[in-house]
Design a protein around this ligand. Structure first.
Ligand SMILES: Cc1ncc(COP(=O)(O)O)c(C=O)c1O
Length: 404
């Protein structure tokens, strides 16, 4: 392998949310231990060294020695890199004018909610789903309309089509936020499913916002379909994505929305002054999309191997837990209900005794996620193995104590 993904970057002291801002996590999960020994797998943020052309681009920009106002328009190569990326990686033509820079995928989602609904309106989501879809809906004064996905029990989640159809028929529900691939369950939606969702939304006058930020992290042999490719009539569709997750550039804010329909785009931008990308974002995303495809392909190989290994290790060392290889993303959605522990005990064993930070399932699924944990496979294979071993040891110690 050309790139060494077993080697992690030391991240303490790098202005990192994950490593330097424990208070941020303690608000949501006060019982996390979070010290120097914690294995931190609770945030979708990779610990690998970035692709070398990105670091070179950062040095080049630092050498400008001037960081005045910056615009996306001032760098045609930036927009072109997005267009070329979609053409090469996803075989779909994106036009320049469809692209609106954003501060992050979640910024794009928030903007869509604000543009296409009023306070008090409903925003449809299908849980388990990325927790910030809920927080952003609450923050904007809209309310969540949850169409709980059907858990087939073997890692295969399906839409509850009747619930989706019914929710989209309610006039007060104005937007449907799709997670494609779905974080945390890892589903990659098929063409048929995407067409069906888009059709149901269109018939109900609901704007479909497809968050595809995880779309480039995908298992070998699985194909992600951008919604604008799967669906012919894009008059109600906003695709939200970026290089943020793909190349771990969240600190640079490398994200955008793609909106083919002119009227929709105008309304999206009506009360929104799209954020100015920083020169680092422009250079970082352009380098990532133009020069780092080999890094991404190797990353995907590494993640395929590490995730398959993690699932295997969980089956061996935590036989009563259920975990399945997701089709997309680098997150594992682990069901610990087989152990029969209360949510409090489960968290105590994993967070305090094992000292592993996972994200509690109830964040993504308040009704049915209490026995689940989300593990972000965002570091070396060795570290993931150690985390699973530590959890297994904590469970064994607890069981042994109960037997006494
Ligand atoms: C589905 C989804 N959307 C958005 C985000 C946030 O992305 P960004 O940093 O680009 O706002 C995440 C982060 O984990 C995510 O999983």
């Amino acid at each position: 392998m050309k790139y060494d993904f077993d080697h992690e970057v030391p991240r303490f002291g790098t202005y990192s949310m994950k490593w330097d801002d424990d208070d941020f996590f303690k608000v949501i999960t006060p019982n996390l231990r979070l010290d120097r020994e914690t294995i931190r797998l609770n945030l979708a943020d990779m610990d690998f060294r970035c692709a070398p052309p990105i670091a070179r681009a950062m040095h080049r920009v630092a050498d400008f020695e001037n960081f005045g106002y910056t615009t996306a328009n001032s760098a045609p190569e930036y927009t072109k890199s997005i267009i070329d990326w979609y053409r090469r990686r996803h075989q779909v033509e994106v036009r320049k004018e469809w692209i609106v820079h954003s501060n992050g995928a979640i910024d794009g989602v928030e903007q869509a909610i604000r543009a296409f609904s009023e306070p008090g309106d409903g925003v449809i989501i299908c849980r388990p789903i990325y927790r910030n879809f809920t927080s952003v809906t609450d923050k904007t004064g809209r309310h969540v309309v949850n169409c709980q996905m059907i858990n087939r029990g073997d890692g295969d989640y399906e839409m509850d089509w009747n619930a989706v159809e019914e929710a989209c028929q309610q006039p007060e529900n104005k937007a449907f936020i799709l997670c494609s691939p779905q974080n945390p369950v890892g589903r990659v939606w098929t063409e048929e499913e995407l067409k069906k969702i888009a059709g149901i939304c269109r018939r109900g006058n609901v704007v479909l916002v497809s968050d595809e930020i995880h779309s480039d992290i995908i298992r070998r042999g699985v194909v992600h379909l951008p919604v604008i490719k799967a669906v012919e009539d894009t008059s109600n569709i906003i695709l939200v994505s970026g290089a943020n997750k793909t190349f771990n550039l969240m600190g640079l804010h490398c994200a955008y929305s793609i909106i083919p329909d002119e009227n929709l785009r105008k309304q999206y931008q009506k009360n929104y002054e799209p954020p100015m990308p920083t020169p680092f974002a422009i250079a970082g995303m352009t380098a990532a999309y133009n020069e780092c495809e080999d890094w991404l392909d190797q990353l995907n190989d590494y993640l395929d191997d590490t995730m398959a290994d993690a699932v295997d290790q969980i089956h061996q060392k935590l036989p009563l837990a259920k975990a399945y290889l997701p089709q997309g993303s680098y997150v594992l959605w682990i069901d610990f209900s087989g152990y029969g522990y209360s949510t409090e005990i489960l968290q105590e064993l994993i967070y305090q005794r094992a000292n592993v930070a996972l994200q509690k399932g109830s964040s993504h699924d308040p009704d049915e996620g209490g026995q689940f944990m989300r593990m972000c496979v965002t570091c070396s294979k060795g570290k993931i193995r150690e985390a699973i071993e530590r959890i297994a040891a904590a469970f064994e110690e607890y069981e042994a104590g109960n037997r006494k």
